[in-house]
Design a protein around this ligand. Structure first.
Ligand SMILES: Nc1nc2c(ncn2[C@@H]2O[C@H](COP(=O)(O)OP(=O)(O)O)[C@@H](O)[C@H]2O)c(=O)[nH]1
Ligand SMILES: [Mg+2]
Length: 313
């Protein structure tokens, strides 16, 4: 009896949805960073357990209050990820606890009318201190206090008794096996949707562009990262022992940002390229020559036509 279906990862920004996707797949597909709103589009990750099940996980941009057109598209992508699915994984940050913002997301999730698994993520960051402590505000769990996490989870269970809860760490993999087993039980009997050897149905170029953007995010400060978009313009296998040729353009919104990305004597761009190449080679399993360019696309985040050029639907 083979089971298969679609499962969406939903939660506010930065709770660890993309890290969890990678942990569930056992491979890196989605980019992650401490900066909120790292994930911009929906990403499908496919986990196939031979003769048992195929789970298509949908990672989504966090649900937030949009400030520009890109933000609107991100929230729309997250909302659309609640349609035509078989189950929802609601991700809650165990360090922050269940806060008002999570409650808003619960409203959306409830409307979707699908089974929900509530995952309290980042339990590795919650220590084992037996806290008396002060009463936490609005369900908040002080870092270092396991007792209060247990209390917050218990309060959550009483409020949403029909939703099984899981305490996990996407970072070290703790609890992910149980989560996968619980997801499979919720899926309908179905043949697989995809071949058993693919990790995603996203185009390779899109995944490669994301790996480059991830390194830009990691290396850049403040407002610049949010103004970055990456487009892979060429991927060519040059045969024989030659490295695969990958050309990509990093877009920013202003000349000043272009200067920051290029850095002193090109040092920043070089470092972004060096780090991204390592990740791309791991993804493709072959040596790569990465050719990086930087261009200004003025205010692209607020232009429908420029967003379309960059592949946002
Ligand atoms: N300590 C800890 N940090 C985590 C865990 N999962 C994610 N993070 C961190 O939380 C930040 C946001 O993660 P990300 O997956 O990008 O969140 P998303 O916005 O919900 O997709 C990153 O810095 C992650 O390394 C976890 O289980 N434990
Ligand atoms: Mg993400």
């Amino acid at each position: 009896m083979f089971r298969s279906g679609f499962v969406s990862l939903i939660g506010r920004p930065n709770v660890g949805k993309s890290t969890l996707l990678n942990a569930l797949l056992g491979e890196k597909l989605a980019i992650t960073s401490p900066k909120p709103q790292t994930t911009r589009r929906r990403i499908q990750g496919i986990l196939t357990l031979p003769e048992e099940a195929q789970i298509v996980f949908i990672d989504t941009p966090g649900i937030h209050r949009p400030k520009h057109k890109l933000g609107e598209k991100m929230v729309k992508a997250a909302e659309e990820a609640l349609e035509g699915i078989d189950a929802i994984i609601l991700v809650i940050d165990a360090v922050d606890g269940f806060i008002a913002w999570d409650r808003e997301i619960v409203e959306l999730v409830t409307k979707a009318d699908q089974p929900v698994l509530a995952v309290w993520n980042k339990v590795d960051a919650v220590g084992s201190m037996e806290g008396e402590g002060s009463a936490p505000a609005e369900g908040q769990v002080p870092v270092g206090c396991r007792t209060q996490l247990d209390q917050a989870m218990e309060a959550f269970r009483q409020q949403y008794p029909e939703w099984p809860t899981f305490a996990i760490s996407a970072l070290n993999g703790q609890g992910t096996g149980q989560l996968i087993a619980a997801v499979i039980k919720l899926l309908p009997e179905n043949p697989p949707y995809f071949p058993d050897d693919i990790l995603t149905d996203d185009p390779e170029r899109v995944v490669v562009a994301e790996l480059i953007r991830e390194q830009a995010l990691a290396l850049l400060n403040q407002e610049v990262p949010h103004a970055v978009a990456v487009e892979v313009t060429d991927m060519k296998d040059r045969g024989g022992d030659a490295r695969e040729y990958v050309a990509a353009t990093i877009y920013v919104e202003r000349e000043s940002q272009k200067g920051i990305i290029i850095g002193n004597g090109g040092s920043m761009l070089k470092e972004i390229g060096r780090r991204a190449r390592v990740e791309i080679e791991a993804l493709l399993g072959r040596p790569v020559y990465l050719d990086l360019w930087v261009k200004v696309k003025k205010d692209w985040r607020d232009s429908d036509s420029k967003l379309r050029e960059l592949g946002f639907q």
